[in-house]
Design a protein around this ligand. Structure first.
Ligand code: FAD
Ligand code: UDP
Length: 366
């Protein structure tokens, strides 16, 4: 039996571990350096009463019944299927690229079969699909690559798609039909009362204490007692950057409230691959279904410096991560889990899955 488990981070990774270990009878302390729970999924009403996502749009989607059922213990859901449009030469098109995108962009009238033939004609087949450039050229060819992907990716990552692993662009499908949903997962929904409320429920357990605005190293200086630590922060920071800094991409979020505007844009998110310094604009009321006479939006400006939001999937970063991971694997009393600690471009559901697996391992070992 463990007396005290210290969990660093109150995001998905930390909070799911906290709940499961508490259910197993352990005493849990969760610390987070931020002054709120929920990590990057944190949502809050702005001063006008509109529920916004402080760290950019978070849309829950998963194919895992187990993960959906797990979170359903802590929230009810609002059914929501996300839609995105991409602006090219001042006009909005369905994105991911589908049959309608082709028809509207090239003034065609393709059937599904003809759309497949279209891709076949324009694609630039590559023997080995290694980079994000390969993925897109291989599926939709150069013109669509340049219109929708090249500049968005340069803005988002500060890198050319040829410098990023295939997995980044492979997140985006290519469609021959007219399905204009961003995701096609079996379960697509938003926590009915928001993410923060769901996290409050997750963390509401007699064995869990939460201490916010707390650096775990400061806490450790005063309290050396813990039997196990679950660490969900950046792995390079944990080891004082001893092998060098692991690059994470950051964003600056510019939130705006628009009075006298009931609806600002046609869908939840509009991507601007070729214009502006921000990548996309999200209007929260689409995501949450909230009714309000005014609206709130956020623009995302990618930056190199700032809070770590995205691991940057490239070989050289993976190599550096592996050096830290070797140290992490040798730790008896620390478990590393989550997007920052595992340096993985995880979605929320994948973090929940990783956390549930991590707990199984901790409980087996102890
Ligand atoms: P985090 O949420 O980052 O939590 C880690 C916590 O640890 C943080 O709160 C941090 O303050 C704390 N911490 C770190 N170091 C310390 C320390 N030294 N001391 C104390 N506390 C510390 N996923 C989806 O599924 N759908 C989406 O639509 C989606 N959209 C996204 C949009 C954006 C802009 C971003 C950035 C991410 C998006 N994600 C989305 C991914 C999602 O945010 C992550 O998968 C998930 O939140 C990661 O959870 P985590 O617990 O691993 O990390
Ligand atoms: N992408 C793009 N154009 C777009 C949308 C996405 O080139 O209009 C590329 C870009 O490299 C981006 C990646 O596809 O980083 C993954 O997009 P996604 O929307 O999944 O990113 P996230 O929501 O995680 O920021």
């Amino acid at each position: 039996m463990l007396n005290q488990i210290l969990i660093v981070g109150a995001g998905f990774a930390g909070s799911v571990c906290a709940r499961e270990l508490a259910e197993a009878g352990h005493e849990i302390l969760v610390v987070d350096r931020r002054d709120h729970i929920a990590g990057n999924a944190f949502d809050v009403k702005d001063e006008h009463g509109i529920l916004i996502h402080q760290y950019g749009p978070h849309i829950f989607h998963t194919n895992s019944e187990r993960i959906f059922n797990y979170l359903s213990k802590y929230t009810e859901w609002y059914q929501y299927e996300h839609r995105v449009r991409g602006v090219v030469d001042g006009k909005e098109y369905p994105f991911p690229i589908n049959r309608d995108t082709l028809n509207q962009l090239y003034d065609l009238n393709l059937t599904e079969e003809q759309a497949a033939e279209f891709y076949e004609k324009v694609r630039e087949p590559t023997e080995r699909v290694l980079t994000s450039e390969d993925v897109v050229l291989n599926s939709v060819g150069r013109d669509l690559y340049e219109k929708f992907f090249l500049n968005y990716t340069k803005k988002q990552w500060g890198l050319d798609p040829s410098q990023l692993k295939a997995g980044v662009a492979a997140r985006i499908p290519t469609r021959t039909n007219s399905d204009d949903r961003y995701f096609t997962d079996t379960y697509q929904a938003m926590p009915l009362h928001g993410y923060t409320a769901m996290f409050e429920n997750l963390l509401n357990h007699p064995n869990i204490k939460v201490q916010l605005a707390t650096e775990y190293k400061d806490w450790l200086k005063q309290n050396l007692q813990y039997d196990h630590m679950v660490y969900t922060g950046c792995i390079d920071e944990f080891y004082d950057y001893k092998f060098g800094k692991l690059p994470y991409r950051s964003l600056r979020f510019e939130h705006q409230h628009l009075e006298n505007t009931e609806q600002y844009q046609s869908v939840g998110t509009i991507n601007y691959p070729n214009d502006f310094e921000f990548t996309r604009i999200t209007e929260f009321k689409h995501l949450t279904g909230q009714k309000h006479p005014a609206t709130s939006i956020v623009q995302e400006y990618p930056t190199a410096e700032g809070d770590p939001y995205y691991p940057i999937p490239r070989d050289e970063n993976e190599q550096l991560f592996k050096k830290y991971q070797a140290l992490a694997n040798a730790e008896e009393n620390v478990t590393f889990v989550g997007r920052l600690a595992e340096y993985r471009y995880y979605n929320m559901d994948q973090v929940v899955g990783a956390a549930l697996n991590a707990v199984d391992k901790i409980l087996e070992r102890k």
